[in-house]
Design a protein around this ligand. Structure first.
Ligand SMILES: Cc1ncc(COP(=O)(O)O)c(C=O)c1O
Length: 377
């Protein structure tokens, strides 16, 4: 049987594959891109209420107006992205769907897209589905995976229609300083390129501050969602915003011809995420994650396995040598530690592993450090 050639360069998500292999009795599971917290009960109750009230039909394709209004206000108050009309916002079935729609709306066959290397495993396949051409922007562990000279000069020498940014970062945990974001924006501006700023880990920062390029550059599609901050990965709810409404309109066409809209009662439930009660629960969760991060940074650092300090998200991306990271991840799994190999995140991930501490209780971190330190590389 023949299949469409656009799938030739696209495979199954490495994170989903390794996560399912690590779900075994006795395995310290460091694969998961989620946090071991329940969705806040206010959100769950609001979903139940919405269903009972019959809010179970299609919604406007862009999302319910009440939610888009709350998002516009949040972006103004917390991200300095001012005066967005709810029509400039698109709510969808997860940030991943939003990113897919943005790429489909902006990238034609052969068009250049600049992507940090390493970066989240789904950017490359999504761009490949659109048959775009990826220009990799190298990040270095020695620079804490913060864009440096080589990254900026590669960007300067490219001709991208779209530039990906993701801070706080998956897989490295890096938080980009404002100055660096400004430098990237300057280049984008000169090249009249779009920026896709994936801010899904925005609230999970231990050192440094979040800065949204959308606050200084109108051709920025700011992407965010409810999955990580509110432990809602399975609810599938994300959104994006852009002062240039044209791109949102095009993405909305793709949305209306694919998922139609995000799930109705999930959108009503998400209104609760903007309450003070839920926000303070998020702060407590981030403080717990921060303690886990400190223990890991200290333990792995003392064992000589780290080499930089991740400041956000809940990932660490150490390099454990020049060997084959896929074989290494397989071997670690046999020895009872589930991690994601580094190379699916890009060629700069060779020899690295991605450790997620989102799903591991604090009292297990000592075991993680001991296991990783004792494995012969
Ligand atoms: C950097 C990044 N962007 C987007 C997503 C997708 O989030 P969602 O669950 O909202 O689709 C993830 C999920 O792991 C991620 O790590």
């Amino acid at each position: 049987m023949d299949f469409a050639s656009r799938l030739d360069k696209v495979g199954e998500s490495a994170t989903f594959k390794y996560s399912s292999m690590a779900k075994r009795e006795g395995v310290l599971n460091l694969t998961q891109g989620l946090i071991n917290y329940r969705t806040p009960s206010r959100i769950i109750e609001a979903a139940e209420r919405a269903m009972r009230e019959g809010k179970t039909s299609y919604t406007p394709t862009r999302g319910i107006p009440e939610l888009r209004e709350k998002i516009a206000l949040k972006l103004e108050e917390e991200n300095n992205i001012e005066a967005l009309d709810p029509e400039n916002i698109l709510v969808s079935a997860g940030a991943k769907q939003v990113i897919f729609e943005a790429v489909m709306a902006l990238v034609d066959r052969g068009v250049e897209v600049a992507v940090p290397n390493p970066s989240w495993v789904s950017y490359e396949p999504i761009i490949n589905l659109a048959e775009g051409r990826i220009v990799w922007l190298p990040l270095k562990l020695e620079e804490g995976f913060i864009p440096g000279e080589d990254f900026l000069s590669e960007l300067e020498n490219s001709n991208p229609q779209l530039i990906f940014m993701n801070s706080p970062n998956n897989p490295t945990g890096a938080v980009y300083p404002k100055k660096v974001i400004r430098e990237i924006v300057d280049i984008a501006d000169r090249k009249n390129a779009w920026i896709l700023s994936d801010e899904i880990y925005e609230k999970i920062i231990y050192r440094g501050e979040h800065f949204s390029p959308g606050s200084i550059y109108d051709k920025t599609i700011t992407v965010n969602g409810f999955s990580k901050e509110y432990s809602m990965t399975g609810w599938r709810l994300g959104y994006c915003a852009c002062p240039e409404k044209g791109v949102i309109d095009k993405m909305n066409i793709i949305q209306s011809q694919s998922v139609s809209c995000a799930t109705s009662f999930v959108q009503y439930a998400a209104l609760e995420a903007f309450t003070e009660e839920v926000k303070s629960g998020v702060k407590e969760m981030v403080s717990d994650l921060g303690n886990r991060r400190d223990l890991l940074v200290e333990g792995l650092g003392a064992a000589g396995l780290l080499g930089y300090k991740p400041c956000g998200a809940f990932y660490i991306f150490p390099r454990l040598g020049d060997g084959d990271d896929i074989k290494l991840a397989d071997r670690l799994l046999e020895e009872g530690v589930g991690v994601i190999p580094g190379s699916p995140f890009g060629s700069s991930g060779k020899g690295c592993i991605r450790i997620s501490y989102g799903f591991i209780p604090r009292d297990k971190i000592k075991d993680v450090v001991e296991k990783l330190s004792s494995i012969e590389l």
